[in-house]
Design a protein around this ligand. Structure first.
Ligand code: G4P
Length: 280
């Protein structure tokens, strides 16, 4: 992910996503299962313009399995079709083509009524950076990428990937920019990799993370950092973790920068186990 998001980039991304929308029947909205709301962008409603769409909770292998169920129900209650996926390992992706077809059933019925032979349903994957769009496209393509020619109005570089007999997927995803309107959203995006490391502060991000985790998953902190109790005070918690992990400066004081980065890396690498960073 190399883009810094400026208004010009956002306008361009929106224009490109809207262009792609003209070619497709169903939108596959990809979100990060650890931050299903923070990894959405409200502009998606405007971009998708009422096209049938479904939500994929990707990276579900990294999220709390109980919270995956909670989030799935949350979105289903709002009328969405939801699928939990681990695009890296391919888990859950078998459910995507039938769900895409189901979403396009009204369109298919209309074609049949008009005496036309129903064609494959055309889908687009849409989501913010690093949410797993390319990984999912490659998975669905199953390495046997069948290029089946351009469609009118698309630049030559865009191709359709055949997924089974009844689905075609645009080979380049629609990219949305992350939300920037709320500090907490920014921290969640930083933690999960949607924002470049150079532009955020490890200490601030780790404070946000530890405050959440000590409430939602205290046992995880106890296990990982060998704590008998999780201190309520965040500085004390930093001290405990820093000491246990040897993140010290001369004189035996805790090095907060190193401790923060250690906690951050432990989360990113999955060493803390499966965590979801927000609740509906
Ligand atoms: P993008 O096109 O939306 O920008 O995302 P991309 O597919 O490049 O995926 C971003 C990172 O997320 C990749 O790791 C990819 O392997 C990982 N990823 C995608 N889907 C899943 C999933 O379901 N589970 C897990 N565990 N990982 C997934 P990477 O290239 O190593 O980048 P990073 O780990 O440094 O973020």
């Amino acid at each position: 992910m190399s883009i810094q998001w400026f208004p010009g980039h956002m306008a361009k991304a929106k224009r490109e996503a809207k262009e792609k929308m003209k070619l497709i029947d169903v939108v596959i909205e990809l979100v990060d299962a650890r931050i299903p709301l923070s990894s959405r962008n409200p502009v998606i409603d405007e971009i998708t313009q009422g096209k049938p769409r479904m939500i994929i909770l990707n990276k579900s292998d990294l999220a709390d399995p109980n919270m995956n169920k909670v989030w799935r129900k949350h979105f289903e209650d709002k009328g969405h079709v939801v699928i939990e996926v681990d695009a890296q390992k391919g888990k859950g992706i078998k459910g995507i083509p039938p769900a895409v077809k189901e979403q396009a059933s009204a369109m298919i019925e209309k074609m049949i009524r008009k005496g036309m032979k129903p064609r494959a349903v055309r889908a687009l994957i849409l989501g913010i950076p690093n949410v797993g769009k390319s990984t999912l496209i490659n998975r669905l393509a199953n390495k046997k990428i069948a290029k089946i020619g351009d469609r009118p109005g698309v630049t030559k570089s865009q191709q359709w990937i055949k997924v089974g007999k009844e689905m075609e997927l645009l080979d380049t995803p629609g990219i949305l920019w992350p939300k920037f309107d709320d500090e907490a959203v920014g921290f969640r995006l930083a933690l999960t990799g949607a924002i470049k490391e150079e532009i955020f502060d490890f200490q601030e991000t780790a404070v946000f993370f530890l405050k959440y985790v000590k409430e939602a998953y205290p046992e995880i902190l106890k296990d990982r950092y060998n704590l008998t109790e999780v201190p309520d005070d965040i500085v004390e918690l930093f001290d405990e973790i820093g000491k246990k992990r040897g993140c010290l400066v001369s004189g035996g004081l805790v090095d907060y920068d190193r401790t923060a980065e250690l906690v951050f890396r432990d989360f990113r690498s999955g060493k803390l186990g499966r965590l979801t960073l927000e609740q509906p």
